[in-house]
Design a binder for this molecule. Structure first.
Ligand code: HEM
Length: 543
């Protein structure tokens, strides 16, 4: 008996020692005394403020007041750095991108949910995938997708017209933006229709995709244990373990990912069959074989042996595309509609521009739609001020130093010109903060002013060399991990907003206040809504 108790006590001491050692190696302190908010709680530091969906945006604004490199307290005394300085971010996202990787947890969650798609690979593996995928997202291919995007948007307008036939009907526009975003990535991405405009249709795949992100968010606590789970034996054994977990939400997540995987496999097989049968069979497919996965399948057949993507990766790319495109696009479209309700004069100006352009041609070509100046300015300005993804974490895999464009003042008054970063230190890419950085955009950086894109931009914007792939902003990030879909996203946004404004007028509801919640993706809701449910009620009437 005594021996047994001694054995368990020793085991406990060993476990505590092991935990302490792992925790200690995970706690990284800043190597320079950066300014920043005081630690709000011993255990969670400032993380609760940072991830507070109701007041997180105010906390982000507060961070900006400390400068463009700010210390944030993490778990148990760990220190992370929130950065919005253009030169430092050029190092992090472009020059030293191999040092600043995505976090281990992010990669593992993505691998588990979708397999080895773009969001779940690192280093040379990721570069090889991008090499195959980049051409598929080129402007040339976007041109051929333009008629498809017009057709899907016309379906959206017809469905919405039924809702808006009464005077001033109030419609949850987030729901419709989510539906159109899903149909766009379904048809343009995979040559598959989710049938989202028919409210009676019961499409299991569409249901699963729309439930995926909300379900993941309810499971944050469980997901912390993922890296541990991934070490336990082969996949079949891990699946067996997951089935034993007595959590309804975990089982729902498993059902969702299984359904997505099953349906993606079916779609891929039908594409492969059509490709083997030739052009006529392809033309009969949804999207007539112009969708991203069909183009990728064709490119894959011609690729050298070292570049060819295995079928499991093609499947992973299908799920990754849906995941990456759906909520981001619907958040951006919803934000543009909301902003245009707050500025009715801008809404009318934009309506006049698109109505005039479409008076001579029912369907604009890619270059015509891209050349509409006010539509372009409204999209750029909204995506600058309200990026759907407000910040992104990275982790340094070794010691390094990043220089700053604008020195920051430390708490003791000393000026800091560069930041030494320790291996394993967490860095937060401040997307919203750099997009509103006054050193870059000038004193009106916080204002929504689309005219800034029509007037010449201030020279400070060019001098700053913000590394982003889009409009001197980091909305679609920068470097080798920048959003691969930003051109298609821009095309979709412009066509959807143009056709909606041509047919409908949008205004704010009388009795509900719309607010935006901070999360991995910014989402609209209304003040006081139970369970923080995503919601964007707008009054819609026919023009
Ligand atoms: C307004 C809409 C969108 C925004 C704001 C957006 C933003 C971003 C950002 C910030 C990243 C970097 C994520 C990270 O490193 O963790 C990213 C990656 C990605 N996006 Fe987008 N995105 C949008 C739409 C789309 C669309 C429409 C597609 C596809 C059709 C897409 C596909 C992807 C993919 C596959 C990645 C991973 C790239 C990689 O790691 O190599 N995105 N996006």
């Amino acid at each position: 008996m005594v021996e047994l108790s001694l054995f368990f006590n020793s085991l406990l001491v060993l476990a505590v020692w092991y935990l302490w050692r792992s925790l200690r190696s995970a706690i990284i302190k800043c190597r320079v005394n950066l300014p920043g908010p005081p630690r709000a709680a011993w255990f969670a530091g400032n993380l609760k403020q940072f991830h507070d969906s109701n007041h997180g945006m105010e906390f982000l604004e507060q961070l900006a007041s400390y400068g463009s490199a700010v210390k944030i307290h993490g778990i148990c005394g760990d220190e992370q750095i929130h950065i919005s300085d253009p030169r430092a971010l050029h190092h992090i996202l472009v020059k030293d991108q191999d040092i600043f990787e995505k976090s281990n947890m992010f990669i593992k969650i993505n691998r588990l949910l979708f397999g080895y798609g773009l969001l779940a690979t690192l280093g040379a593996h990721h570069k090889r995938q991008r090499k195959m995928l980049n051409p598929v997202f080129s402007a040339k291919h976007m041109r051929s997708l333009t008629p498809l995007v017009f057709n899907i948007t016309k379906e959206l307008c017809d469905a919405l017209a039924k809702k808006a036939s009464g005077a001033d009907a109030t419609v949850n526009m987030l729901d419709w933006m989510s539906r159109v975003s899903l149909e766009l990535v379904g048809q343009a991405g995979m040559g598959y229709s989710f049938e989202v405009f028919d409210e009676q249709a019961q499409n299991e795949y569409a249901y699963c995709v729309r439930e995926l992100v909300p379900t993941i968010f309810t499971l944050q606590t469980y997901l912390q244990f993922l890296p541990l789970l991934m070490k336990l034996g082969p996949p079949a054994f891990r699946r067996f373990l997951v089935q034993l977990v007595p959590s309804r939400r975990i089982q729902i997540l498993k059902e969702i990912t299984d359904t997505i995987d099953r349906t993606s496999t079916r779609i891929l097989n039908s594409k492969k069959r059509a490709l083997e049968q030739g052009d006529e069979a392809l033309l009969k497919q949804v999207g007539e074989g112009k969708d991203i996965i069909s183009v990728l399948l064709r490119a894959n057949r011609q690729a050298s042996e070292t570049d060819t993507l295995p079928e499991t990766e093609l499947l992973a790319h299908m799920s990754t595309l849906i995941f990456a495109a759906h909520d981001t696009t619907s958040s951006a479209l919803s934000r543009i509609l909301h902003v245009l309700c707050l500025r009715p004069e801008a809404q009318q100006k934009l309506r006049d521009e698109v109505t005039l352009a479409m008076a001579s041609q029912d369907e604009l070509l890619y270059d015509d739609i891209m050349a509409l100046p006010y539509l372009d300015a409204v999209c750029r300005e909204t995506l600058r001020l309200y990026p759907p993804i407000p910040f992104l974490p990275r982790t340094a895999n070794r010691d390094t130093v990043v220089p700053l464009m604008t020195p920051v003042k430390g708490p003791d008054g000393e000026m800091i010109n560069e930041i030494p970063i320790a291996a394993n230190q967490g860095v937060i890419v401040g997307i919203v903060a750099i997009n509103k950085n006054r050193d870059v955009w000038g004193p009106d950086a916080d204002e929504w002013r689309p005219e800034r894109w029509i007037e010449p931009l201030p020279s400070s914007v060019y001098d700053a060399h913000v590394p982003g792939v889009y409009s001197h902003t980091l909305t679609f990030l920068a470097g080798g991990r920048a959003c691969i879909g930003f051109k298609i996203s821009e095309l979709e946004m412009k066509i959807v907003i143009a056709l909606l404004l041509e047919r409908f007028r949008f205004s704010l509801p009388d009795d509900e206040e719309i607010i935006w919640r901070l999360g991995t993706i910014q989402t609209p809701s209304t003040r006081g809504r139970a369970g923080e449910m995503p919601f964007l009620p707008l009054k819609v009437s026919m023009v």
